[in-house]
Design a binder for this molecule. Structure first.
Ligand SMILES: *[C@@H]1O[C@H](CO)[C@@H](O)[C@H](O)[C@H]1NC(C)=O
Ligand SMILES: *[C@@H]1O[C@H](CO)[C@@H](O)[C@H](O)[C@H]1NC(C)=O
Length: 487
């Protein structure tokens, strides 16, 4: 059994090598290739790498809606959306909370708004059509649908809201007033209990539709290990599909901070710590197969399919596909890893590095480096195990890391996410004293997954093929121009 598995594994490696070869031969190491080189990523900003004539043109014509989230904590997102506004149909600034700390007359109270006057001017500019000065192209208005998150709500608060339609009306008025006053095109409502709010949301949507405003809601993704939650969610989506204008599915954080369960490729010795439950390793942020299964789960094509084909749920029929916006992350994850042998003993290893800068742009050199890295991993036979919770990483962080290290850009073939390995000091600043008395920081081996131009292209092609309503990017400020260019 074990031998068969190992052989399958080797065949896997050979296949990966072939795929890698095919990919490199067709496109060198440029930013839009499957393996953008370290040098190309470092130069991306400097060169203003993007062809200005395509800045406002969506490459994926079948995708009808592109929504970009923007947040005050990554404010470069505001400029990026505007610079590429022709690719966006909507923006969702993350500006609002709805709390239940109002007064006796109105318990539901909106908090937040455009943080600065210039943010208000920004969204007003987006709502009006304009002309690209460079070529006379007319740029349509971009819808502004801010996110309103229910914050600090207790179970009692939800019970009160659901208790009477008067409460539902008060809830509706608090939200609608802000949307109308500010002249937004609608809003995106987010709460972990969205499935419970059918009736208040029905009222809210009726009221918003009277004002020709839209109601979108955020949905958690379907997951293999939560069949009951999936069931409840799908049932709710099915009912809400009649009146909600769009569902934004958060298909990211698939592994999240806790990483993926470690599955040894061969039996571990019984007393090895690696044979215990709960051992974790790294994993991609948004596997393509998982995105696809979410669309199948939430989408209406299940009407004709055998129920329970997706995620162990037996509800068939969800939302019409055109109401689904697939969430695409622009950020990645980094994981601190220890490389352990079968007995669980850690071995110190050096991350694979990029070819020297002279050879960095040469496809064959890159391929050689990647193959060497894979061969070394295979020969060592060590297991990469999480030593700390993973954390999100933006493209700017990735670039900074590439600047400070010689990390080699590789790719996970299934998710099409790129990754780099590098050594970096621990965040807590812990140090150790060497025998010679010098004090040095404790550093960790890390692996960071990120979404490159090629990753986004693969995701967008999938979304296009699935025929859903569009995509929602979380979030524009964590991306960079060379990746937005994939849109
Ligand atoms: C790389 O780091 C140096 C030194 O901190 C900095 O001056 C330079 O701008 C960085 N380059 C990029 C592409 O980030
Ligand atoms: C529900 O409404 C009734 C009156 O309609 C009220 O007496 C009761 O306290 C309310 N319950 C909650 C949880 O708000």
């Amino acid at each position: 059994m074990m031998w068969v598995w190992a052989r399958g594994c080797l065949r896997g490696f050979a296949l990966i090598a072939l795929l890698a070869l095919a990919a490199t031969l067709s496109s060198a190491q440029s930013l839009d290739s499957d393996y953008p080189s370290r040098g190309a990523i470092l130069a991306a900003k400097k060169l203003g790498s993007i062809d200005p004539s395509s800045r406002h043109t969506l490459k994926h014509k079948q995708i009808e809606n592109v929504l970009g989230f923007v947040t005050p904590w990554n404010p470069q997102g505001y400029d990026l959306v505007e610079k590429y506004r022709g690719k966006f149909t909507a923006v969702c600034p993350v500006w609002y909370q709805l709390k239940t700390d109002g007064d006796e007359l109105q318990r539901y109270k909106i908090h937040g708004g455009p943080p600065k006057e210039k943010d208000a001017e920004w969204y007003q500019r987006l709502r009006e059509s304009t002309v690209d000065e460079s070529n006379g192209q007319v740029l349509d208005p971009v819808k502004v649908l801010p996110r309103i998150a229910l914050e600090g709500w207790t179970t009692g608060d939800f019970q009160t809201l659901l208790n009477s339609s008067l409460e539902g009306i008060a809830f509706t008025e608090a939200i609608t007033a802000e949307v109308v006053l500010r002249g937004y095109d609608g809003l995106m409502l987010e709460t972990g209990a969205i499935w419970a709010l059918r009736e208040p949301l029905r009222l809210l949507s009726q009221r918003l539709h009277e004002e020709t405003k839209e109601l979108l809601v955020v949905l958690p993704p379907l997951r293999e290990d939560t069949p009951q939650e999936n069931q409840v969610l799908l049932q709710a989506v099915r009912e809400m599909a009649d009146f909600v204008d769009g569902f934004q599915v958060m298909t990211y954080d698939y592994h999240g901070p806790s990483g993926a369960p470690f599955k040894p490729g061969r039996p571990m010795p019984q007393d090895s710590p690696l044979s215990r439950d709960g051992v974790r390793t790294f994993g991609p942020n948004a596997p393509l197969s998982w995105i696809e299964r979410n669309v199948e789960g939430f989408g209406s094509q299940l009407d004709d399919a055998t129920p329970q084909s997706v995620f162990g749920s037996s509800v068939s029929g969800g939302a019409p596909l055109e109401k689904i916006l697939v969430g695409l992350p622009l950020y990645g994850y980094q994981y601190a890893l220890g490389w352990l042998n079968d007995e669980g003993a850690a071995q110190l290893i050096t991350p694979p590095s990029s070819p020297t800068s002279l050879k960095d742009a040469i496809a064959e050199e890159q391929l050689k480096s990647r193959l060497r890295a894979e061969q070394r991993e295979e020969t060592r036979g060590l297991h990469p195990i999480l030593t700390q919770a993973g954390s999100p990483i933006s493209l700017a962080d990735v670039r900074e890391t590439l600047n400070g290290t010689k990390a080699l850009v590789r790719r996970d073939e299934a998710s099409k996410e790129n990754f780099i390995d590098f050594i970096k000091a621990r965040e807590d600043g812990e140090t150790f004293t060497r025998p010679d008395g010098s004090v040095v920081p404790v550093a960790w081996y890390r692996r960071a997954y990120f979404a490159s131009h090629g990753t986004q292209r693969a995701r967008l092609e999938l979304v296009e093929r699935l025929g859903v309503g569009g995509v929602a990017l979380w979030e524009v400020g964590q991306g960079e121009e060379w990746v937005l260019d994939a849109l």
